[in-house]
Design a protein around this ligand. Sequence first.
Ligand code: NAI
Ligand code: MG
Length: 358
Amino acid sequence: MPQRIAVIAGDGIGTEVMPEGLRVLDATARKFALELDFQTFEFGSCDYYLSHGKMLPDDWFEQLKGFDALFYGAVGWPDTVPDHISLWGSLLQFRRRFDQYINLRPCKLMPGIKSPLAGRAPGDIDFYVVRENTEGEYSSVGGKMFEGTEREVIIQETIMTRTGVDRVLKYAFELAQSRPRKKLTSATKSNGISITMPYWDERVETMAANYPEVNVDKFHIDILTANFVLHPDWFDVVVGSNLFGDILSDLGPACTGTIGIAPSANINPQGHFPSLFEPVHGSAPDIAGKGIANPIGQIWSGAMMLEHLGHQAAADAIVSAIEAVLEEGNPAVLTPDIGGQGNTQTLGRAITEQVFHC
Ligand code: NAI
Ligand code: MG
C-alpha cells in the first residue's frame, strides 16, 4: 500500500520551495522504489482565508487524519492576514489536534555554510534538539483578577504531567540510543523553578535507568544557551520543556548558519495521527515572488519525513545529496542567501540529480 502524504504549500516562498521538495522526493522514491502518494490541499494558506474567511475547512481533521504524513511549506502573509490568525488557524491546530508532542530539529553544520561561530567546521556541530510540544509553560491555565486596579494580579501556570514529560523523555532517550555518541543533555532550571523543574530532573533520572548505554548530563538553561555557542561540539541529543525547547530549537540551528536550510518535524511518534514536516523558516514576504528562496529547508524536511516513514536509506541519500551540492559550492547553482547567483530551481534540480549518485 502506498504511503499517503498531504501536501500544503501555504504562502509566500512556501509555494516556491514546495515544488523543489516534491521534485527531490519524487526522484528519491523512484531510486528506492518507494510508493508515495501525494495529495495537494489549498487550505492552510492566507489566500484560502481571504476567500473562505477561515484558514481551514470545518472538516479538515477528517480530511487529513488518515494521511501518513503532512508536508508543509510555510504559512503567513501579514499584509492581508494577521499572523496570530494564520498561525493559530493552521499549523498550531495540526500540532494540537494531531498530538504532535515532539518538535524535532537537527542542528548540523553543513559543508560550504559559514557558521556564525568562529572556527567551526562541518562535523563539529551535529546534534538534535527535542522540544516538548504540547504542555509545560505554554498552558492556558491561569487568569487575571482585579484588572485595571492597583491589585491587578496575573497568573499563568506551568503544567507538567507525568505522561507528557515521560513521553518526550522516552523519545529523546531512544534517539540518543540510536546515535553513535549515545549522549543526552537535559535542559533544566531546578535551581530557580523549584517545583516543576526538580520534577523534570527526577523523571530524567528515572527514565535514564532504562537506557544504561546512554550518557546523561544536564545544564541549567542559562548556561546551556551559553554552551550552545561556546561548545556546540558537546551535544548529541538535547531535550527540553516547551519553553526551553523553543529557545534552544532556534538557537541551535542559528549556530549552524542560514535559516534557509533548517528543517523541522512535529511528530506523533505512535502514529495515531499524521506527523508534520516543514522548514523552520516562514513565508519570507521580503523575497517571495523572486524565485530565489533557498529550498534546502523544505528538501531536508522531506528527508526527515522519509526517515519517520521508515525509509532510512532514502532519507540518508537526500541528506548526502544536500551535503554534496553544498560541498561542491557551484555559485551558478546556489541561492543568494548562501553566496550564489542561482535560484530556487537550480539548487533544487542539482540536489535532485545528486540523489541518484548518493
Ligand atoms: P521568515 O523566516 O519568513 O524570514 C526571515 C528572514 O529570513 C527574511 O529576511 C527572509 O527573506 C529570510 N529567509 C527565510 N527563509 C528563507 C529561504 N528559504 N531562503 C532565503 N532566505 C530566507 O520569518 P518572518 O519574516 O519573521 O515571517 C514572515 C511570515 O512567515 C510571517 O507571517 C510569520 O508569521 C510566518 N512564519 C511562519 C512559520 C511557519 O510556517 N512555520 C515560521 C516562521 C514565520
Ligand atoms: Mg520558536
